[in-house]
Design a protein around this ligand. Structure first.
Ligand code: SAM
Length: 408
């Protein structure tokens, strides 16, 4: 931690999809934030820290979707009370500072539950009144006849059991948008979810691997192999590019950003990166669709890790099989469409057979993203749940079958 982390501490919330809080907390522990300082909540982890923590969280967390700082918290049960308290106790200076003179960019996201105040539109209106803010962006902006909106400044308001918590987004674009993935297939998985899956056994947040290989036989646009390479090389997701340029964060535009702390964090992150090549760990991806393999290749080179990943066009039956057994980590087709499930049973059965004794990949650990217990049954394997979350509106689980202990 830098000394500045103890000055003017923020109450920071790193958000993640519900179910991934423990994984996120492990990442934060590796960043040097002691476990007792962390408060897990549904969909995130809260702690107190300064600029160094805020910047580190945005640069390094692989599972987080956004990092927010609290700018106010109070109880209110009526709109008049809300306006009065919001005027007094919200740090409007920070919110205005984030908008840098263009307050039309300020966007509120309100959610209310189990509270007297529940009308989200009215809550937003009263917050604008309390802060003396103009209307938000015109909903017509960004359409074919209007110019695209300037980058929004996001204020998240949570009303729960009559307590109102106001937070300012420090990230900007959603953190799963690492910037490397321009080519995608029909069903790409979020980068954050791929990282979360890899953190359930194959890799640790500090880049340590448990077995010498990761193979994704349904690699699609390459998200799992690319995230595996970033993790193993210790490349922060916020610097996933060939020149390791850090991403543009909303908080880099706040007027009180101490530039020296940012420079120090970037320099420290770069110093931790493992220089190529990785020894003793190989990453492979394959897909039966050669266009997906091309897409994965292009994405890997944009992430700066094309030299770390071996990609090839191959069906599951001829997926790469390095000599030493490692992990199969994958996101097989889900088949959510009607009839899709039935047609996928043979594929899941083949995946299961491949790791059973006598199979092509016997001795390998299998870890995959599952959305359908019926397809899990088709594998014929005894599966263990390692994580459960949501993906594109579906409940999904990371499940494993492992002949050997994961090593952790
Ligand atoms: C759910 S997608 C994977 C998405 C990937 N995780 C991503 O982020 O882009 C499943 C992939 O499996 C591939 N696939 C389907 N059947 C296959 C088979 N028998 N052998 C190899 N690949 C197959 C599809 O081409 C598709 O790209």
């Amino acid at each position: 931690m830098t000394p500045s982390s103890s000055v003017s501490p923020f109450r920071i919330l790193a958000q993640c999809p519900p179910g991934l809080e423990a994984t996120l907390a492990r990442e934060l522990a590796v960043m040097g934030i002691p476990a007792p300082a962390l408060t897990p909540v549904v969909g995130g982890v809260i702690w107190e820290g300064g600029w160094s923590h805020l910047l580190m969280a945005n640069l390094h967390l692989r599972v987080a979707s956004r990092v927010l700082v609290e700018v106010g918290s109070f109880r209110a049960r009526a709109l008049g009370e809300l306006v009065r308290k919001a005027r007094q106790s919200v740090d409007w200076e920070r919110v205005r500072g984030a908008a840098a003179g263009d307050e039309h960019r300020i966007v509120f996201r309100v959610s209310a539950s189990r509270s007297r105040l529940y009308h989200e539109g009215a809550i937003e209106e009263r917050f604008r009144e309390a802060g003396g803010l103009p209307e938000g962006p015109d909903p017509g902006v960004g359409t074919s006849t209007q110019p695209p909106p300037a980058t929004p400044v996001l204020v998240v308001i949570r009303v729960h059991r009559d307590r109102i918590t106001v937070r300012l987004d420090s990230s900007g674009a959603h953190l799963h948008l690492r910037g490397y993935r321009r080519h995608v297939g029909a069903a790409p998985m979020r980068e954050t979810l791929a990282a979360a899956l890899l953190l359930q056994g194959p890799l640790q947040p500090d880049g340590q691997w448990s077995r010498p290989a990761v193979v994704d036989p349904f690699c699609g646009s390459g998200t799992i192999p690319i995230e595996a390479a970033l993790l193993a090389r210790r490349i922060p997701p916020g610097m996933a590019s060939p020149d390791l340029a850090p991403r543009d964060l909303a908080c880099l535009h706040w007027p009180d950003l101490p530039p020296a702390v940012w420079e120090e964090e970037v320099a420290r992150a770069r110093a931790m990166i493992r220089p190529q090549p990785l020894e003793g760990f190989t990453i492979h991806g394959s897909d039966r669709d050669p266009r997906m393999v091309e897409a994965a290749q292009a994405n890997a080179s944009r992430a700066g890790v094309e030299g770390d990943i071996h990609l090839e066009a191959a069906p599951l039956s001829r997926a790469p099989r390095p000599d030493e057994p490692g992990w199969i980590v994958t996101n097989p087709p889900f088949g959510t469409r009607l009839g899709g499930r039935k047609s996928l049973r043979p594929l899941y059965a083949a995946l299961g057979r491949s790791v059973q004794s006598g199979g092509r990949m016997a001795g390998w650990n299998l870890l995959y993203l599952s959305a359908d217990p019926v397809l899990d049954l088709a594998t014929g394997l005894a599966l263990e749940e390692r994580m459960a979350t949501r993906h594109g509106g579906l409940a999904v689980r990371g499940v494993t079958a492992h002949p050997h202990a994961s090593g952790f």
